[in-house]
Design a protein around this ligand. Structure first.
Ligand SMILES: O=C(O)c1ccc[n+]([C@@H]2O[C@H](COP(=O)([O-])O)[C@@H](O)[C@H]2O)c1
Ligand SMILES: Cc1cc2nc[nH]c2cc1C
Length: 353
């Protein structure tokens, strides 16, 4: 076991009193009971995490994309070559990446960080590589992803970034990912956390065929076998099976929760990190909402464990935080509905008057 900065205390929960106030208001709206469905549930969650009812539509949404490469990509687990990771980092900067387009549309700020891209630190602007931990993370079926020290540095980097975004005014955070091969460590982290097998968690990622899927499952299986009992500890789990970019996301999510700022989760990478964050900083997941459902089987299993139901189910598997950003207007709609839909008592009262 590493002497990690284990989250000492349970993360303080969102306001239960405001949650109840919001649930009561929802029940009193001029709609049939439950007619707002998950929009209503999202509004109640938003009120509780904001600490006031009715909730406000999130107005300072910040997306941070954690980029990194993964040693497993040299072993036939992805449909794309690892060079795409660095090229896409440039696309986040120039505004052509999918999440960049959606973030612009919905007025969200976008920041990309190179935690572990397999390029020299000088490849990107200095602020992009300010938290770089290493060039590429280990191929998890044959070696640890990171050293214990690198895991701690990545966790601390993610926490520092969350604190920066909160200090700058964020009222909603999103962690995105960019990394060819990253659905393999994500699946391994989810399997290790849930105590289930590679056959249940391994998916087609960026679009591999049936043969590659069988091979990827074997890679995940070997990674789990190699890591053994060390996976009981969330920090050691990241060292064995994660990566610099995923460990940083865990630190980011846990710190956002500790600071009491809500987070919308994205696809399988984001949800894998949220699952580990819940172990690392128990109580964190009360601050998380699920933006969308990914076709990756591991994401649904992890969401179920976290008790989260996705807002959207569009078959998206882009990553980058894109599914979470697509859910921003849904959350804004939820806040507006709870704030501005008439109360049924007032409607009935108007009839009597
Ligand atoms: O978000 C998801 O659920 C998701 C599912 C499949 C693929 N991705 C994205 O595709 C890349 C990883 O896919 P792969 O097949 O290379 O592991 C990575 O950059 C992710 O952002 C993302
Ligand atoms: C082009 C491309 C863009 C991506 N964005 C997130 N993952 C990705 C994977 C590929 C291959």
């Amino acid at each position: 076991m590493t002497d990690a900065p284990h989250a000492a205390d349970r993360v303080a929960p969102p306001s239960e009193a405001v949650r109840r106030q919001a649930a009561d208001r929802l029940a009193g709206l001029a709609t049939p009971a439950g007619a707002l469905g998950r929009l209503g549930e999202a509004a109640v969650w938003l009120a509780a995490v904001q600490g006031h009812c009715p909730p406000s539509p999130p107005s300072d949404v910040r997306v941070v994309v954690f980029a990194g490469d993964h040693g497993v990509t040299a072993h036939g687990v992805s449909a794309y070559p690892p060079e795409i990771t660095g090229l896409m980092v440039q696309q986040f900067l120039s505004g052509g990446a999918g999440v960049a387009v959606l973030a612009r549309l919905h007025g969200a700020a976008l920041r990309v960080l190179d935690l572990g891209v397999d390029v020299d630190a000088g490849t990107f602007p200095a602020e992009v590589s300010a938290y770089k931990v290493r060039r590429g993370s280990g191929a998890i079926h044959i070696e640890d992803a990171l050293t214990g020290d690198e895991t701690l540095r990545a966790l601390a980097a993610g926490a520092a970034v969350a604190a920066e975004e909160v200090a700058a005014g964020a009222d909603l955070l999103i962690a995105g990912d960019m990394g060819i091969g990253n659905t393999t460590p994500s699946a391994a982290l989810i399997a290790a956390t849930l105590g289930i097998g590679a056959d249940e968690v391994t998916g087609r990622g960026s679009g591999i065929d049936v043969d590659a899927l069988a091979h990827k499952q074997d890679v995940v299986d070997r990674a789990l076998e190699r890591a053994g009992a060390r996976v009981a500890d969330p920090v050691d789990r990241l060292t064995a099976l994660g990566s610099a970019d995923l460990a940083a996301q865990v630190g980011f999510l846990a710190e956002a929760a500790r600071l009491g700022v809500p987070v919308v989760l994205d696809g399988v990478i984001s949800v894998a990190c949220a699952l580990v964050a819940e172990d690392y900083a128990p109580g964190s997941s009360a601050w998380f909402a699920a933006g969308h459902r990914s076709p990756e089987p591991a994401q649904s299993l992890a969401l179920e464990k976290l008790g989260l139901e996705p807002l959207l189910d569009l078959g998206m598997r882009l990553g980058e935080g894109s599914g979470a950003v697509a859910a921003i207007p849904v959350l804004r709609s939820a806040a507006a509905a709870l704030a501005h839909v008439s109360l049924l008592a007032d409607v009935l009262g108007a009839q009597d008057a």
